[in-house]
Every structure is written in C-alpha cells, then in structure tokens.
Design a protein around this ligand. Structure first.
Ligand code: URA
Length: 440
C-alpha cells in the first residue's frame, strides 16, 4: 500500500478499507505522509465523496489520533451540544445551565471564534475572571457538583483534525460535506459525552448556504454518532439572520443572562428551549413535551440562572455580573443606524453582519488579535420586520472610533430593503434522527 495508489483509488471513485484510512491519517499525523499527497487526496475526496462506512472509519481514526476524554469520573449521562457556527449564536450559555438545572450533566469543550462566526470561549472570557482552561480534575469536580462546566478544547483532542483542517483551509477543501462531518464528529467523539445534539445552521451566515446541503451534513453526522454508539440527533436552524439581537462578546453574555431571566428574544428562546429539551430527553429525563416544560420551569424559577452563576464562580469568574449585568464594561463609542424611510427588511447577508462585528473588534482579524469584549452589534430590525422613519435598525459598539466608522458604513450593505413584505422565516427548519427528517 502506498499514497500514490490510495490517491488514485479515490480519484476513480473507489471505497477505502479501514487499513487504507489508517495508513494516510496516522501517516500524516506522524509526519510520514507529506502535505502534497494529502492535499491531492483531500481534493479527490471533495469530488468523489465518501461512503458511510468510510466516513465512520475515518472519524473514529481521527478521534483516536489524540486523547479520548474519559468522562466516567462524572456521574450520570453526559450530553453535549454542538453548533456548526453562526452569528449571534450564544446558545450554549443558556442551554447548558437549563439542562444542569433539570438534572442533566454537561461537560462541554467549546471553541473560539472562527472567521466571521463567534465562539463560546471568547464570550465566557468576557465575564471578568472566568477561566476556560482548568485542570481536568477540577473540570470533573465542577460538573459533578453543579451539573455543568464549559472549557476550551485541549490541543490533545483529535490532532489529526487540527492538521487536516489547516491543510483544507489552504487547498479549497473546507466546504466538503464528508470532510466537515468527520472534522466535527472526530472532536465530539473524543470529547467523550454519551449523547449529542447537533445544530446545523443554514443560510447566508452559515457554512451550509442551502437547506439540502445542511440536511445531508446533519444526516452524515447523526450516522457517524450513532455508528460510534452515541445517540445523536440534529436540528437544522436558520442562519439567514443573526440569532437573537446581540452579536459580540459581553453583549451576547448579557442577552443570554436576560434569556435565563425570561426576557430573551423569541427566535433565541425557541432554539434554546428545543435544544435543552432534546438534550434532557436524550439523557432520559422524559419525552420532548415533558422536557420542554421542565426547561421552561428552570427559567421561571431562576434555577438555570443560578446554575450559570455557580459555574461562573467555580471557574474563577465574578458571579455578581450574572445578577447585575450593568457591571459589564461598555464600549466607549457607539453608533445608531436610524432609518430614513418606511420599509421592510427583505434580506440580510449574515456573513457580512458577522464580518462587521469582527471589524468592530468582536472577533479576530488575524490569529493573535486581541478581542474587544465590548464590541459588537445589536440588530434591532431583522428580515421580515417593518421599519418606520426614525426607528433604530442596528446599533454598533467599539472601543475604536475608526473601526466604528468603518463598520457603520459596511453594515448598511448587509441589508436589502424594499416595500413588499417578505415571507416569514422559520427559526427551526428541521429535526433529524437516524431514521427520520421532520420538517417544521
Ligand atoms: N467546523 C469544524 O470543526 N470543522 C469543519 O470542517 C467545519 C466547521
């Protein structure tokens, strides 16, 4: 067996054996197989795809290329949640405390912002003192005592994915459905939870620009999870508009806290309640209806808010911020975009909205950029809304006047307006299990 034959086989549409996949994945991680041959192979996979068996083998081999988290030190069923990314996606900050308040266990590893999409770890670090890098024993301890802990992903998790992703990024092979499925699921399997709820976003602010591709990706990831013995379900959700109102870091934390107090925006509440219920149901706490009502109760009786405060305290953060959001720093500069006419918002380019937030300082323009936790955008009017002269469409925040001026001009190109009311968009588009696709 050699790399030349492996590349040639896939180029002709052949199906790999497990041994062949082990050869190129392990060989690449160990430095025995060069970048140029793996690059050619990735492009062959991009065009020829992979069968379900190949995909499961490849994902397992990638997961086993590094440390596999053994969560057996945490009592009970551990449930994880993963989003393929978006703008304004602060779901973990609500869902994890709600699930913990209802008796579920969430031992979660999250990521940082990537390109125009935000990351949970950056958001949590906008709470003063909050540590996202803690020893494993402490992580286990916090989950055992409070039901939840969210930390940054360790470098030891799926190193094969880290190396492959970097190569995909420079060889135009990121947007391959099987490669995305293996990449995400290798990290989820290595992270160690028993059950997984996936959020596959679709639209202008997502990797998957159309619903059919999102459904295919979700089905592939669910098949991998189930094939690896982890119950997995997926939601397809709308990322044609930013989620909720706030996009940034501390302004998203504040929106999550408001949601835990029962005051969140409708689209965000709907997603959080459904994901929490799905996670609780997978954890054996009841059927969806029962779990939805448990989740609603955890908001009503403030127990979920209490869980966020507990986790914050246990991870070194100042929990006074959870109960009094006026303590959070505010951006020194802001700009209100006020409508000069009456009109409908017909469409938003959500990727452009995310890029405007990065421009303001809420994300990284280069790998080592320092994040401005106060920067971001509040989208008061979104697709489908009617705007009257004088209404605030959006408000932008930054610590830099120059960045604010630049992003204020840029954001206006992300909106398309008109006089005809557009069709109402759904927040949740579909729910996918191993043997069904339920359209909402
Ligand atoms: N997120 C990942 O972790 N991997 C991909 O390939 C795409 C999104």
């Amino acid at each position: 067996m050699g790399m030349y034959d492996i590349i040639d086989k896939k180029k002709r549409g052949g199906e790999f054996t497990r041994q062949e996949i082990e050869y190129f994945i392990n060989g690449y991680v160990e430095g025995m197989v060069p970048d140029y041959q793996v690059a050619a192979l990735l492009m062959a996979i991009y065009y020829q795809g992979m069968s379900d068996n190949e995909l499961l083998d490849m994902t397992n081999i990638m997961a086993n290329s590094g440390e596999i988290n053994d969560l057996s030190g945490i009592e009970g069923i551990k449930v994880d949640k993963h989003s393929t990314g978006g703008v304004g996606d602060k779901t973990t900050l609500v869902v994890a405390p709600v699930v913990a308040a209802c008796g579920g266990k969430v031992a979660k590893m999250s990521g940082r912002g990537l390109g125009f999409t935000g990351g949970t770890i950056d958001k949590l670090e906008s709470i003063p003192g909050f540590k996202t890098s803690i020893p494993k024993e402490k992580f286990f301890d916090i989950v055992n005592n409070t039901g939840l802990s969210v930390i940054g992903q360790s470098g030891e998790i799926a190193p094969a994915d880290k190396k492959l992703y970097a190569l995909r990024d420079v060889t135009a092979t990121v947007d391959s459905i099987p490669l995305i499925a293996a990449s995400i699921m290798s990290k989820k399997l290595a992270a160690g939870s028993d059950k997984i709820v996936l959020d596959v976003t679709t639209g202008t602010g997502a990797f998957m620009k159309n619903i059919d591709d999102a459904v295919t990706l979700a089905q592939k990831m669910v098949a991998i999870g189930e094939g690896a013995g982890r119950n997995t379900v997926a939601y397809i959700t709308n990322m044609d508009v930013p989620l909720g109102i706030a996009t940034g870091n501390n302004i998203e934390v504040i929106e999550a806290i408001e949601t835990l107090k029962g005051n969140g925006p409708e689209d965000f509440k709907e997603i959080c309640m459904n994901f929490s219920a799905a996670m609780l149901s997978l954890a054996g706490k009841g059927n969806m209806e029962e779990c939805l009502s448990m989740a609603a109760q955890a908001i009503e009786n403030n127990s979920a808010l209490g869980k966020l405060a507990e986790m914050t305290r246990m991870q070194g953060g100042d929990d006074r911020y959870i109960y009094d959001t006026s303590l959070f720093d505010k951006a020194p500069y802001s700009y209100k975009w006020i409508s000069g006419s009456d009109m409908y918002i017909i469409q938003m380019d959500t990727e452009q909205c995310g890029k405007a937030a990065v421009m303001l300082g809420a994300g990284r323009e280069v790998k080592d950029s320092k994040i401005d936790f106060t920067a971001g955008i509040k989208f008061y009017k979104k697709t489908g809304d009617y705007v009257q002269t004088g209404d605030i469409i959006a408000e932008l925040y930054s610590s830099s006047k120059e960045k604010l001026d630049m992003a204020s001009k840029y954001i206006k190109n992300a909106y398309k307006t008109g006089s005809i009311r557009p069709e109402k968009q759904k927040t949740i588009i579909a729910y996918i299990t191993k043997d069904s696709v339920i359209k909402y």
